[in-house]
Design a protein. Structure first.
Length: 550
């Protein structure tokens, strides 16, 4: 006799994970202000009397703070590292760092020495790693079967945050860059404190997640599309203040949709849990004291064990991390070639992407763009960044499980397109600046999602937070080399003949972006090597997943 029952309460999804997802989305949507550097960089440069190399040096510390999240990873992996603790530390760092910067640019305190400004920027940006680590680890634990998709959500809204914050800047702050820095000190620090209660890890089997995740995906695309529409219309028509306020209120209404979907999903899962309990009770009454065994359930359990063993065996011909599916710690991971191949690819891709966004204001100015066009470029970069993060998570999940295309393959394609984007910007035409930044933004966002997804699959989840934050150190290293030693150096050299030390024309940045295009090709080579080394490993993962799903 076969009993058709829903999953038992022990394996049923606890609805709280949906509220955790919605809260994480709101946190990520407002707590990545480092991407807004182009909005206030001119104020920082003028108020502190910096040249371009010095400004890029300060931006380097922003990049270090934003991407060197080892401390956040260690705290998250420790016994006391509950998500709310990690979020609390991030809030404290965010307020202290940006508040000190605000005091400096407004003249409330004497102009600080360069090391003090770098420290303030480091503290402000370091908060981003704590926010990101708390929500990404929580999302991956709550949705292990859809890690690419949920990492895409988390990373996507982090990329979208600069567009959201820039809309506040243009709508409510009337272009006041100093007030914008003060807002960055307050809003990203306050919101995680209000929402930290909901960001928790829940036990789940993930069998009924896809429908609700698809709804989240649709809402996310609607929000991104609406922001892009508002930015483009405002750039073309110059909207009145009243129209901007109405548009901003509509944005707030759209941002309420994830919480509505989360509540519905939670109610649905509670109903499923209740029905599961009723099913178990009826099963017990039918079985009585007999030794009844459900053969179908036993078959499913055996299939799951077989799939796990297939994943666990790995490839004997590969490196250490591929011979076992055991979770590796940081030091064990660093002894593998896969770690350093991924590290190099990230340094080339994210390093060149950060060098682009850090200097986008100066690039646009050298080509004669207005302040309004510069803010639009920053906002549009946020949109492309988001779309890259969101789409690659969903696409790589689909092609991995359905077509057998591995994530390192997508890393190869992404870096190749990014190289083309840098080459387009190097041409120096204003129209190609928009096109090139679109390519670079999309690819930058894609790498932000591919890296942690690949890390979690190759090295496991036990030390995931620490390992992916360690690999993220590659980002500021690449940014420093390309932004300070290449872009800043070449710009200052080109502008040295000007009395105002201002360079105008496409020659100011052409060589820099050609160098960054070549750097991305180096990342392509590293990604190809990573793809070849992990190909057999991924084939086993795909085979195991296919067996389990069937």
């Amino acid at each position: 006799m076969k009993l058709l029952c829903l999953p038992s309460p022990r394996s049923a999804v606890l609805g709280g994970k949906w509220l955790a997802l919605a809260a994480s989305i709101y946190i990520q949507g407002t707590t990545a202000p480092s991407y807004c550097f182009g909005v206030y960089s001119y104020l920082l440069k003028n108020s502190q009397a910096y040249d371009q190399s010095t400004l890029d040096f300060v931006a380097f510390f922003k990049d270090v703070g934003s991407y060197v999240g080892v401390l956040a990873g260690i705290l998250s992996s420790s016994r006391v590292g509950a998500p709310w603790v990690v979020l609390l530390v991030g809030s404290l760092l965010c307020f202290s760092g940006y508040f000190l910067i605000w005091l400096s640019v407004t003249g409330a305190v004497p102009r600080p020495p360069l090391p003090a400004m770098c420290l303030s920027m480091l503290l402000a940006a370091q908060s981003q790693t704590f926010f990101n680590t708390a929500v990404v680890v929580t999302a991956v634990e709550n949705f292990p079967g859809h890690r690419g998709t949920v990492i895409g959500f988390m990373k996507g809204f982090a990329g979208l945050s600069s567009a959201i914050l820039t809309q506040i800047y243009r709508t409510l702050l009337n272009g006041n860059a100093a007030a914008f820095i003060l807002m960055l000190a307050c809003l990203p620090a306050l919101l995680p404190l209000l929402l930290m209660y909901f960001v928790k890890i829940h036990q789940t089997d993930g069998r009924n997640d896809q429908k609700h995740l698809d709804t989240f995906s649709i809402i996310t695309l609607i929000i991104a599309g609406y922001l892009m529409l508002v930015i483009l219309i405002d750039n073309i028509l110059t909207l009145e203040t009243s129209v901007r306020i109405v548009a901003f209120l509509l944005l707030l209404l759209l941002l309420m949709l994830p919480s509505i979907v989360a509540i519905k999903a939670q109610l649905h899962d509670r109903k499923t849990l209740s029905e599961s309990k009723s099913c178990d009770e009826s099963t017990q009454s039918l079985i009585g004291d007999t030794n009844y065994v459900d053969t179908d359930q036993m078959s499913d359990e055996l299939m799951e064990e077989e799939a796990s063993s297939v994943i666990g065996r790995g490839s004997s011909s590969q490196d250490k991390c591929l011979t076992s599916r055991e979770d590796l710690n940081v030091l064990q991971s660093m002894l593998t070639c896969e770690f350093w191949l991924l590290f190099l690819a990230v340094a080339c891709g994210l390093g060149s992407g950060l060098a682009t966004i850090n200097n986008i204001s100066q690039v646009a100015s050298s080509l004669g763009c207005s302040t309004k066009e510069i803010s639009s470029l920053v906002s549009l970069w946020s949109i492309w960044n988001f779309l890259g993060r969101f789409s690659i998570g969903y696409i790589s999940d689909y092609f991995l499980h359905s077509e057998g295309y591995t994530r390192p393959m997508f890393m190869v394609l992404t870096l190749a397109v990014m190289s083309i984007g840098h080459a387009i910007i190097s041409s120096g035409l204003p129209s190609t600046l928009y096109l090139g930044s679109t390519f670079v933004g999309l690819c930058y966002g894609s790498i932000c999602v591919l890296m942690p997804s690949i890390t979690s699959e190759i090295f496991g989840l036990r030390h995931f937070a620490t390992i992916f934050n360690t690999i993220d150190i590659a980002t500021p290293i690449g940014s420093y080399i390309l932004s300070v030693r290449v872009v800043g150096y070449i710009y200052d050299k080109e502008s040295s003949s000007s009395a105002m030390h201002v360079c105008m024309g496409r020659h100011c940045f052409m060589s820099s972006f050609l160098i960054m295009a070549a750097t991305c090709l180096l990342g392509v080579a590293s990604s190809v090597a990573l793809f070849l080394r992990t190909r057999k490993f991924y084939s086993q993962v795909i085979c195991a997943g296919t067996q389990y799903s069937s």
